[in-house]
Ligand binder design. Structure first.
Ligand SMILES: *Cc1c(COP(=O)(O)O)cnc(C)c1O
Length: 351
């Protein structure tokens, strides 16, 4: 049923990828006069490993998948773009999104001149599987974000499995927030589903948004496609080094996650106490979506106090909503006290 070669753009199927100096000679020792590098310098004079071998070996051990099922990109935004570029012919093929969701899918599609078909999430922010599968416009890729940004909830695993089993194109499961969720990750399922791509990132739980490193887990065949389309040296030496250090110290990441989850639980209760907070949505991520009476006024009030949250009130189905990332205990306390002041402002207006 699933035929990768039929799904690929013909120019990508037939692509002869760039062969770098480091592809043609893979040894580690020697006098390297093959890449027009500068012979002086502290190691950064050399090009990075285009295949990120050490890093993939470490990730393979941590995630219990084979190295051939791992693609590394310049943030997970890079594989989002590469997937659209590899599978969708500009002006012809389409991708399917489930709003309200992460904005980069739409932007990447727009940049590639690829139309999006939108099937909104249900009222409880779950996939509308029946409507997705009934969609008559042919689509190449479905983007599912779980836990979903900006709603915060994990998507029902059986709904995702139904798509994987019944949709003949690629199903991307974006798990940027997986480390904050008790739901099972789909990474271990890449061996079962030839059309599954799971995205994760170092930007959230690992606390390394600055190094721009994202991961796509998929079948060897799909990873091979991404590798052929990517810029040869897409993950720089510095990012590879920092990620290796982080992987050697997984406990520190787990420590961050524990603190953030404790604060999330506390903030959930605190926020629910405000009269002007109409709803605090359940969260499986490192942020809370709340519904308030005057989202824009709250946003502007907080900006005046140098506290920046995200106004999401103009997104599909999110009238009145703002998204608040979980900060440190001190940062969260400062937010709460500013929100108490905002309550006074609203009360005065009403007098
Ligand atoms: C933050 C986030 C990412 C991370 O993107 P990077 O490019 O890896 O920083 C990916 N997907 C979603 C849904 C996000 O919210």
């Amino acid at each position: 049923m699933f035929d990768l070669n039929k799904l690929l753009r013909p120019n990508i199927l037939n692509l002869k990828p760039y062969s770098s100096a480091r592809d043609e000679y893979e040894g580690k020792v020697g006098i390297f006069l093959d890449a027009n590098e500068n012979p002086f310098g502290n190691g950064l004079n050399r090009y990075p490993d285009p295949h990120q071998r050490e890093l993939k070996a470490a990730m393979s051990r941590l995630k219990n998948v084979s190295r051939e099922q791992i693609f590394l990109g310049n943030g997970s935004d890079e594989p989002i773009d590469l997937l659209i570029r590899a599978f969708c012919r500009p002006g012809k093929d389409k991708v399917l999104l489930n709003p309200p969701t992460y904005g980069m899918y739409q932007v990447s599609a727009d940049i590639n001149d690829v139309e999006t078909v939108k099937v909104p999430l249900t009222n409880d922010f779950q996939l509308d599987v029946a409507s997705i599968l009934k969609e008559t416009t042919p689509v190449k890729i479905i983007f599912v974000c779980s836990p979903n940004n900006p709603t915060g909830n994990a998507i029902d695993a059986n709904a995702i499995k139904a798509l994987l089993e019944q949709f003949e194109g690629i199903v991307v499961v974006d798990e940027a927030y997986a480390d904050f969720s008790v739901s099972e990750s789909f990474v271990s399922m890449v061996k079962d589903y030839p059309n599954l791509v799971v995205l994760q990132t170092f930007s959230k739980a690992w606390g390394l948004a600055g190094i721009r490193l994202g991961t796509a887990y998929a079948s060897e065949a799909i990873v091979d496609v991404l590798d052929r389309v990517k810029p040869p040296y897409n993950v720089n030496t510095f990012s590879q080094r920092v990620a290796l250090e982080a992987l050697a110290n997984v406990d520190s990441m787990r420590g961050y996650v524990t603190q953030i989850l404790n604060e999330r639980a506390r903030m959930k209760e605190e926020l629910a106490n405000f009269a002007y907070v109409e709803q605090v949505y359940p969260s499986d991520a490192n942020f809370l979506l709340i519904k308030v009476a005057e989202p824009l006024a709250l946003y502007n009030f907080l900006v005046e106090k140098n506290i920046i949250i995200r106004d999401r009130s103009r997104m599909t189905g999110l009238a009145g909503c703002v998204r608040i990332s979980i900060g440190t205990k001190d940062q969260n306390e400062i937010l709460l006290s500013a929100m108490r002041e905002f309550a006074d402002v609203i009360n005065e207006e009403q007098v």
